[in-house]
Design a protein. Structure first.
Length: 196
């Protein structure tokens, strides 16, 4: 198994900031916990806690990996928006992949494996799974998710919840939720790799 974990943003790019809480700090907490569910030789993290790497460099790090997960927290103009979202690159073909690599199918299957493991976690915290939960990167604006577009392996970007929603924020900083979330994502990754 060879997994790449990307804590979204970092250093000079704080991501969403709500009441002084920076998204990059939540992302690194989740990423470091998630790494702990794998043997050290089976997992790599894209950058250190206070570091930052250009998205294209992060994408290149995915070369030869079985799967990559990028961890983020969401935000919306409405404080009512809440729940899990998973983004994938939904384009069927990329010129830099072998002909037998079905990018669209692999990305979607990875996201489905992770989603299946996360369903009960979100149900336990009464947080909705947004419809559709698995979205093409074009839903975030054309090609804005560089990391997914340039990834060299099956990849998905998980938006844990909305920092702009009080209930989601309370859930996302709960240590029990963090542990359960990371364990579920690790199992989803394991499911994906073992069914290949």
């Amino acid at each position: 198994m060879n997994i790449l974990i990307d804590p979204g943003h970092g250093a000079k790019a704080p991501g969403v900031v709500v009441n002084g809480v920076q998204e990059k700090n939540l992302n690194i907490i989740y990423a470091q916990m998630l790494v702990g569910f794998f043997r050290p030789e089976d997992v790599t993290i894209t950058h250190p806690p206070q570091g930052y790497l250009d998205l294209s460099i992060r994408a290149r790090e995915s070369e030869g990996k079985d799967a990559m997960v990028s961890i983020h927290c969401n935000a919306a103009s409405s404080s009512a928006a809440r729940g899990l979202e998973i983004f994938i690159d939904d384009h069927p073909i990329r010129y830099d992949f072998p002909e037998d690599y079905d990018r669209k199918r692999s990305n979607r299957r990875l996201a489905q494996c992770v989603l299946e493991r996360l369903r009960s976690i979100y149900r336990n915290y009464n947080s909705p799974l947004r419809r559709p939960t698995i979205k093409p990167d074009t839903d975030s604006g054309p090609g804005k998710l560089t990391l997914l577009r340039e990834a060299k392996c099956p990849a998905c970007l998980i938006e844990i919840g909305f920092m702009t929603n009080e209930k989601d924020m309370e859930m996302m900083v709960n240590p029990e939720f963090i542990f359960a979330w990371c364990e579920a994502v690790a199992r989803g990754l394991d499911d994906f790799v073992n069914e290949k």
